[in-house]
Write a protein that binds this ligand. Structure first.
Ligand code: TUI
Length: 311
């Protein structure tokens, strides 16, 4: 299949305008390497892991691929400072950030020649990131799984594309070639895909978690934590029902946090998809089978190219 050139494919040195989401517990070295090998940009998710764990993941990914891959820094992590340093020490060339404002790391990353791509959920943060030297932004709508903002992808992407000169990567609700084509129509020059890659053959994720996504219907998505300002999108289950009940009863942030502590790891690694947190985007209902990352990328790109009449 012919390449698809945009400012993002040039910036990242990748074949296809697809980057992988930096999903906590899911985006480890096998997945990152597989997405990069498929011609996209794989990412290791720093999540809440200490710097040394991320360093180890980077080194393991390097053994699996010679292609470029990046690291996602979850800015609410207590180890974000450490991970930011490890990225420089390990010579990583691309960073995406989530759940915060990465300004304080911009100087060290730029000085080390790292391409910085903050994930934003608003026009204001996109503008601010551009002023601080970001190379691109991911405009992530609330269709995404995990920690979300308020705007939908349909409304956020064109507004961010109009507000900044740097290239925009669309995220949230994209799971096939139609979503990619739509994102390009909105002004994006690449897409970030999360949920579909969770069910990839290479993702080291418990089979129950993959099956829960594969079986999900359109309306199976829920958002917990809105009342205390940390909205998290995941699939409905016993945990979300109990959470919503406790939220309605006005339970404190601490009590709610305690309930979800470790719940994502329990779902991803142990397969507890009833009491664990099954983070996934609203596009889960569209995802019907496990495939390799290469099959996914090629299928999506072929469909997008036909729709956009690209050669
Ligand atoms: O970061 C994500 N998605 C995530 S992070 C995550 S791990 C986690 N676990 C428990 C609690 C919180 C997080 C799971 N999913 N996506 C990128 C994203 N960033 N979405 C929204 C934002 C965001 C929101 C507010 C970025 C910046 C922001 O404000 C920053 C500021 O200071 O203005």
């Amino acid at each position: 299949m012919s390449k698809m050139k945009t400012r993002i494919t040039e910036l990242l040195g990748v074949e296809y305008p697809i980057i992988q989401g930096g999903m906590a517990w899911v985006a480890e070295h096998h997945l990152a390497a597989a997405v990069s090998e498929a011609g996209g940009l794989g990412l290791i998710g720093g999540a809440n892991a200490p710097g040394e764990v991320v360093r180890d993941e980077i080194r393991k990914a390097r053994k699996l691929t010679d292609k470029p891959f990046g690291v996602n820094v979850m800015l609410m992590s207590p180890y974000a400072d450490d991970v930011a340093k490890v990225i420089v020490e390990e010579g990583i060339k691309v960073v995406t950030t989530g759940a915060g404002n990465p300004e304080k790391y911009m100087d060290i990353w730029k000085a080390a020649g790292v391409k910085v791509i903050p994930v934003v959920a608003s026009v204001a943060l996109a503008r601010r990131m551009e002023r601080h030297g970001a190379d691109a932004v991911v405009a992530e709508g609330c269709e995404s799984g995990g920690h979300i903002g308020e705007q939908t992808t349909m409304t956020l992407v064109p507004q961010v594309a109009d507000a900044v000169e740097i290239p925009v990567i669309a995220a949230g609700g994209i799971g096939d070639g139609r979503g990619i084509a739509a994102a390009f129509m909105l002004g994006a020059e690449a897409v970030q895909i999360g949920t579909r890659f969770v069910v990839s053959r290479e993702a080291v994720v418990h089979e129950n978690y993959k099956q829960r996504i594969i079986k999900a219907k359109d309306i199976d998505s829920a958002v917990t934590g809105r009342s205390h300002g940390h909205p998290i999108r995941c699939l409905r289950n016993e945990m979300t029902r109990e959470y919503v009940k406790m939220e309605a009863e006005g339970k404190s942030f601490e009590e709610l946090e305690y309930m979800t502590l470790g719940a994502l790891r329990r779902a991803v690694q142990e397969g507890d998809v009833s009491k664990g947190t099954v983070m996934a985007g609203q596009i889960a209902g569209l995802i019907t089978k496990e495939q390799t990352c290469k099959e996914m990328v090629e299928e999506m790109m072929a469909q997008a190219k036909t729709l956009m009449k690209w050669e």
